[in-house]
Design a protein around this ligand. Structure first.
Ligand code: F6R
Length: 258
């Protein structure tokens, strides 16, 4: 894993957006894996700015989102579909047919999950996957004890995740209990991965993911098995890393550090 530590959230987002842009400049028809939640918001803002100010082109890009709440329609304000349209897609020139977000309201989840996996394969696999991390160490909605070989499927959310995400809903009882999510195995097949984290509330999960054992109790730790994962962290999220001096030393030594 490559660890990149930045002073604050804005710097994390600038670096991450720059990495997305670099991918698109070298492969204009790249396949991007996208996350929702608070963490990638600044990245999407920066990508929108780059689209408007620098002509960053999304006309050939394909996207696959990680997850969606079961039971929420795309026009529900807390659905991840709504989030993506409001915070990215409606501001850039990506063709609608290139956007893929798991359905929270399909009649047949098993068939839908198989179709989603096939669709990723048909598009040549994910070139760059953006990930956040839950306070319980989850990536996408792969909660503690998820199989590290798991594929897209329905998952029951952990109590911790429901509590964390209640801030987006009127009442904690409104947070859906189930989600459809890419699996850890699906994510690990991405060619490049960027894990982003900001804030002291992520420090324990980040340390467990980077320096702890590979365990299904912290599904982000499975990224240790991936060849091209870049963790971009602000100083608070990096606060519990034991080897922080070493990572910063490498960061300053490496001429190609982002
Ligand atoms: C969202 C997702 C989740 C979030 C994680 C962190 O699509 O897959 O794993 O990345 O829950 O959420 P925030 O960024 O809101 O702290």
């Amino acid at each position: 894993m490559q660890i990149n530590i930045q002073e604050d959230y804005d710097a994390v987002c600038r670096i991450a957006a720059g990495r997305v842009a670099k991918t698109l400049y070298s492969k204009p028809n790249a396949v991007l894996g996208l996350a929702t939640g608070s963490t990638p918001l600044g990245v999407y803002k920066e990508l929108i700015r780059m689209h408007h100010d620098e002509g960053l082109d999304f006309s050939q890009v394909t996207t696959f989102n990680l997850d969606e709440y079961v039971g929420l329609t795309p026009n529900h304000k807390q659905s991840y579909s709504y989030f993506m349209w409001e915070n990215l897609f409606k501001h850039i020139n990506i063709p609608r047919q290139n956007i893929h977000i798991p359905s929270g309201t399909t009649d047949n989840y098993e068939a839908f999950c198989r179709w989603y996996e096939d669709c990723i394969k048909q598009r040549g696999g994910i070139d760059l996957q953006i990930l956040g991390i839950g306070t319980d160490g989850h990536i996408a909605f792969n909660e503690p004890s998820s199989s590290l070989g798991s594929r897209t499927r329905i998952k029951t959310l952990a109590r911790q995740t429901i509590e964390d995400n209640a801030r987006f809903f009127d009442k904690p009882e409104d947070v859906p209990v189930f989600a459809i999510t890419m699996g850890v195995g699906t994510i690990l097949e991405s060619r490049d991965i960027m894990l982003l984290a900001s804030g002291a509330n992520k420090a324990a999960a980040v340390a467990a993911a980077i320096e702890g054992p590979v365990t299904s109790m912290c599904t982000a730790s499975a990224l240790q098995l991936h060849r091209e994962t870049l963790c971009i962290l602000d100083r608070q999220a990096a606060g519990d890393l034991k080897m922080i001096e070493y990572y910063e030393w490498i960061q300053n030594k490496r001429p190609d550090a982002p």
